[in-house]
Design a protein around this ligand. Structure first.
Ligand code: ADP
Length: 401
């Protein structure tokens, strides 16, 4: 059996999986795990394998130590990366700017190019580079591949990609819509045509990735034509803790009248806003319990969330002109049947009819939840970004071997 190692390195954590690139999206990965609290006095490494969970608590001063310790744990169980047939390591990289649209075989030059993009993702790209560098040092004999969160959206039409701000300022500061969650939007949208029996080159669709982070995309004939996240992942839909689109004037108001610093506003809009900012919780299971208990803040937060979601669905329907499918994915999209019903409520005149019974079925794989006579098919397709990265990394590795 051959596997890919998937690494998603954050500022103080590393998520990893060892996964068979030929697995189904709903299969559990062969091995998965998480290194947390890197650089803090007490760190933690969690490994899940074969239905068991192993936790090691010890200081993890750097990403390098984190991966080294993780590999030691895996080696002791006979499932270390050097003990298995690992065909490639796939690294999630948040920002590929206008440079990268496709997965890229990593060499020193590619690392430098990712480094050059740090101004566009000052928190994420440095952490991604840390993960790449330590993994390359520990596993020098396998191909390492960078898979970019922005890649799928690299060639958005200019009408969707450009912001209406001074063109010189925008160009100098690399300001445009880049879009994120691209690996998920591509993975999900590429399954839709076959599921609804259409030619992929004649399929126009909307994908709603509703997790803790949330984004929407409009995809025509395999190519995205618009997406809701922008220069950063803060834009667009209301999310768990992020505001999504707001009047940019709010930021000036908070500086001038609210006396807040830029860092405080950054933290406010990214971590203290969205559903959490309005209700106190960001997890939709808790939000639902609060709504059931008639908590008015929770009800209001839910309505703001749904209203914004419907705004985007409506505008993408107009941009696409004809819509063949609307697909829900990620934690909320796959599991919260009320979100799906409310997002598409009362749209029969646009050919959209969700079948409540199909919508109630448990989340076990890709499924159609619209009525047989619904002109627009509505689907739920579980996303699996790690598997998608594994597939892409293995494909690049196969080309170079
Ligand atoms: P991310 O990758 O952005 O962290 P996920 O796609 O894993 O997010 O989604 C996580 C979110 O999904 C949780 O915060 C929670 O709101 C929601 N979620 C997960 N399971 C359920 C469920 N059974 N019912 C409703 N919401 C759920």
């Amino acid at each position: 059996m051959s596997y890919a190692l998937v690494i998603n390195s954050g500022s103080s954590s590393i998520k990893f999986q060892i996964v068979d690139p030929a697995a189904d999206a709903s299969d559990d990965p062969f091995v998965s795990g998480l290194v947390e609290q890197i650089g803090e006095p007490q760190g933690r490494i969690t490994v899940k394998y074969n239905g068991d969970k192993f936790i090691v608590q010890k200081p993890v001063p750097t990403h390098g130590v984190g991966l080294q310790e993780t590999f030691k744990i895996l080696d002791a169980k006979g499932i270390g990366p050097t003990q298995l047939d690992i065909v490639a390591a796939g690294h999630r990289v948040v920002h590929g700017g206008m440079v990268f649209s496709q997965p890229e075989l990593i060499n020193d030059q590619v690392v430098e190019m990712i480094r050059d993009l740090i101004p566009l993702a000052p928190l994420h790209n440095p952490a991604n580079i840390d993960g790449i560098e330590v993994a390359r040092a520990l596993l020098p004999n396998i191909p390492h591949v960078a898979v970019f969160d922005t890649g799928f959206f690299r060639d958005l039409p200019p009408a969707a990609a450009l912001y209406a701000i001074n063109a010189d300022v925008a160009e100098k500061n690399l300001i445009r819509r880049y879009g994120f969650h691209g690996t998920s939007h591509e993975f999900v949208s590429s399954q839709v045509a076959e599921m609804i029996g259409r030619d992929p080159m004649h399929t126009r669709q909307i994908v709603l990735h509703l997790g803790n982070g949330a984004s929407a995309s409009a995809v025509a004939n395999g190519k995205p034509i618009d997406t809701s996240m922008g220069l950063t992942p803060l834009a667009g839909l209301v999310m768990g803790t992020r505001s999504g689109d707001i009047d940019p004037g709010i930021i000036f108001h908070l500086v001038r009248q609210g006396g807040m610093s830029i860092d405080e506003i950054d933290n406010l809009l990214n971590r203290q806003s969205g559903v959490k900012g309005l209700s106190g919780v960001n997890d939709f299971r808790e939000l639902r319990t609060m709504i059931d208990n008639e908590n008015t803040d929770a009800w209001l937060a839910y309505n703001v969330y749904i209203n914004q979601l419907r705004r985007f669905i409506g505008s993408y329907m107009i941009e696409l002109g004809r819509v063949d499918a609307i697909t829900f994915t990620a934690g909320v999209g796959e599991n919260d049947k009320d979100v799906r019903l409310d997002a598409l409520d009362n749209l029969e005149m646009y050919g959209i009819k969700v079948d409540p019974e199909k919508n109630d079925l448990p989340n076990d794989g890709p499924r159609v939840i619209s009525t047989d006579d619904s002109k627009v098919k509505v689907l739920v397709i579980p996303t699996n970004e790690e598997l998608a990265i594994a597939q892409k990394a293995a494909a690049v590795a196969a080309q170079v071997s």
